[in-house]
Design a protein around this ligand. Structure first.
Ligand code: 13P
Ligand code: SF4
Length: 307
């Protein structure tokens, strides 16, 4: 089936079934283009919390769809490919979190949204890259804080807030692969470009050292920043799917990916064909055990209020 026919069938079925399509900014361009809402993890969670649709088709990865399911226990949440996981979320298990809690009964556990529902259920608050700094600033600095699972985001939060935390040594394979060499190479090739860096990148601290004007931003933060900036050339240090969204939202400006091969294969698993199959056959329903969902919900709801 060609793209035009696929789009028509998806739109028709979406209307008939009162469904909404939410897509992350790392999704394929054609998937972003058919979505009702495109954004970062925070924006997508907020959108999921307020939608009046009967069905949410999540064009993103599993933890995002799971978060939507926790916020909407009465709605059907679908993920078009169950294998769309996250290497970062896979670095930590609920048993790791329980162990820290046992050793730190008065501690505060801050879980990045890139975690399983079971991990969220044991956490006090969730964060995304868009609001992690703000949330941590509101914690009690006199009680131990466990920040999980991304070590580079954790280091960024410590650097900005000055608050020392126990940080889980997890990383995302895509962002960990954006390192010092990529920064040095692009800085010498594009001396006039502004650098926008996702805090999951392993190059964060050295980039700020080499280029103190670089901005550490979530994916939606990059979009908002580029739209408002008077500059017209940007080096983008994150997954390359964001380039399509940046070009759409800030037309006429130039966006250079720092690394063409920074591709999240999980995000790219979602295709128009799979979205159509998802709407036709309810593939695949994301379910979270009510006991886990009830425990995780307040940490997610707190996250939504910040930033
Ligand atoms: P954002 O919250 O900035 O969209 O990041 C999500 C993500 O998975 C980054 O790899
Ligand atoms: Fe997970 Fe990394 Fe993919 Fe984001 S880019 S979904 S953190 S594997």
């Amino acid at each position: 089936m060609d793209t035009v026919t696929l789009n028509e069938e998806i739109l028709e079925l979406k209307k008939k079934r009162k469904a909404v399509i939410l897509a992350h900014s790392y999704e394929r361009p054609e998937v972003q283009d058919i979505a009702d809402f495109v954004g970062d993890s925070l924006g997508l969670s907020r959108e999921a919390a307020k939608t009046d649709a009967d069905i949410i088709v999540f064009a993103g990865v599993h933890f995002m769809a799971e978060t939507a399911a926790i916020l909407n226990p009465k709605k059907t949440v679908l993920i078009p490919d169950l294998d769309a996981g996250c290497s970062l979320a896979d670095t930590i298990a609920a048993s790791d979190v329980a162990k820290w809690r046992e050793a730190n009964p008065d501690g505060q556990i801050v879980a990045y949204v890139n975690t399983s529902a079971e991990v969220k259920a044991l956490s006090d608050v969730c964060v995304t890259s868009a609001n992690a700094v703000e949330v941590v600033k509101h914690l009690d600095p006199n009680r131990p804080i466990f920040f999980l699972p991304d070590m580079f985001l954790g280091a960024h939060v410590e650097r900005v807030t000055g608050i020392k935390m126990h940080i889980w040594m997890g990383e995302c394979h895509v962002h960990a692969g954006i390192g010092d060499q990529e920064i040095k190479d692009t800085m010498s090739k594009h001396p006039n470009a502004e650098f926008l860096i996702h805090p999951e990148c392993s190059c964060g601290s050295s980039c700020l050292y080499l280029n103190p004007d670089a901005k550490m931003l979530s994916t939606e933060g990059m979009v908002n920043y580029a739209k408002a900036s008077t500059r017209d050339e940007f080096v983008i240090a994150t997954e390359v799917g964001i380039i399509h969204r940046l070009e759409k939202m800030a037309p006429g400006k130039k966006f250079l990916p720092i690394k063409e091969s920074a591709v999240c294969q999980y995000m790219k698993m979602i295709t128009l064909e799979k979205i159509l199959a998802s709407l036709r056959e309810d593939k695949f329903v994301v379910r979270v055990e009510p006991e886990i969902a009830n425990k995780a919900r307040s940490a997610i709801e707190t996250m939504i209020r910040f930033g």
